[in-house]
Design a protein around this ligand. Sequence first.
Ligand SMILES: NC(=O)c1ccccc1
Length: 557
Amino acid sequence: MSVFFKDISPGNPVKKGDAEDLLKKIGVAIDDKDSDDYNLLLAAVHDCAEHISNLPDYQPVPDTKQYPRENIRRPTQEEQEFGHAWAHKFLIRGNRDGGPMAGKSATVKDCIAVAGVPQFYGSDAFPAWTPSTDATVVTRLLDAGADIVGTSTCENFCNSTASFTSAQGTIDNPHHAGYSAGGSTSGGSALVGSGMVDVTVGTDQGGSIRVPSALCGCVGLKPTHGLVPYTGFTSGDAVDDHAGPITRTVMDNAACLDAIAGYDGIDDRSLGAGEHGSHGFAEALRSCPATGNAFPLAGIKIGVLKEGFGHDAMQPEVRDVVLDAVRKFEQLGASVQEVSVPAHMEGPAVWTIQQRISGTLTILGQAHGRRGLYLTEFEHARLPWTTENFRKLFPSTQNTVINGLYLMDKFPGLYGKTMNIGRQISDAFDLALQDVDLLVMPTTPFVAPRHGSRGTPRQCFEPTIGLTVNTAVFNVTGHPALSLPVGFAPAREDETVALPVGMQIVGGKWQEKMIYRVAHEWETAFNWRTCRYMAKESQQDDLPKVQYTVEVSPVVA
Ligand SMILES: NC(=O)c1ccccc1
């Protein structure tokens, strides 16, 4: 083997005209007289690729001695919950020396590698693949004393916020069968919301931790981008990827984040995440001097994001339950004002372009540009795509690829501009967060919808239209955002059905402690399960207003 063109291997398949054929795909051609040279160089790179293909892979070795996996199985129908919430059941006992997660039961979403446990990724387009490594968070949960009792079902390629898109089946809302559990961390949120398990680690590229948390009545945190290493997770896209805890209480959430946060020496997204074990999120809540005082949030400034209430899809009852929850912050001593960040409204379009292009590259196996662990076994399991496999993807996943190919074809270079506008939105929120400590808004504009139908591709999208208007923008900006259950509102389809409402609390980057503090005080002072929507004569809006925008700076030539 030589990376030079001196001794090409005997079986090398590169032949005359190959370089020309490749360039035809982008509509250009090389000079005829250079053809032989370029084909020789192509043959050399082929040998180089063969050489790498034949090397053994290099992945972290799981500690199956200290953490053996017992009784790995696909649950029977009797063992299932909420339809299909479990992907696999098993038991891995955590460290018995006591730790922040001692005595807690946990699942991880079925896109997180657990060595020896087959992973579906919500799909049946390829056989379940079995990781040979443990994700960093798996090792850390076990070290922290949690028992991992299974993998919980995720939506198809984690690509929908509905809970009927997984090839493993539909997941029911734990508060009412027939309604969505949200997605894509659907199974885990149903199991946690119902009390079956204490914690699930989820992932969020556009709302997939926060949406199901809101719909199932869980506390779900999408941390600052990079705080939790993504090592051993199937990636949606390195820009959008966030991992975080879904729990029933803020305290449990903080304890889980303590267990899983911090750089692991592998994922370059986490280079700024600080040392593992150094954060003290739960400790900060336990030792919070204000807890128990009459006005524990005195001095805290909360901004009510005007644009977060202004969508077409906004359900008035959800708005009212969230505004009632906001007024409760005032009872705790916080000051509350309305804040306008017009750039928020650009979030859905910016997210869509960014996610379609990068999501397509990832689905096609073209992930690149990051230092980290690549799940090569998964790549082998699903690639190359065939028509037969592709058609088995849920329509939202197929649509991502169709959209991405279109955008790359018709709008070359748009990705870069999208990233720049995304940074502009981030700057606008940073500016607003200089004056207020936190921003609040409904996590989702409406409560759990009824399950959609798997009829036509269009029908498959129906239940989730508008669901991520307040969540996806913070995947673009990377700000931490937590969904806190704050009460119940009636189902859109049936006013006798009461479903959970989530309030999204957004903080400055790396300001998880501030989010946790405010959420913890709210949760300690009020019982969200008794906060029900009540029809009012009128909701009057008496909050002081401030508007934040960031000027677009002219491009200097
Ligand atoms: N994984 C996600 O957060 C997601 C949400 C909505 C659509 C696609 C992906």
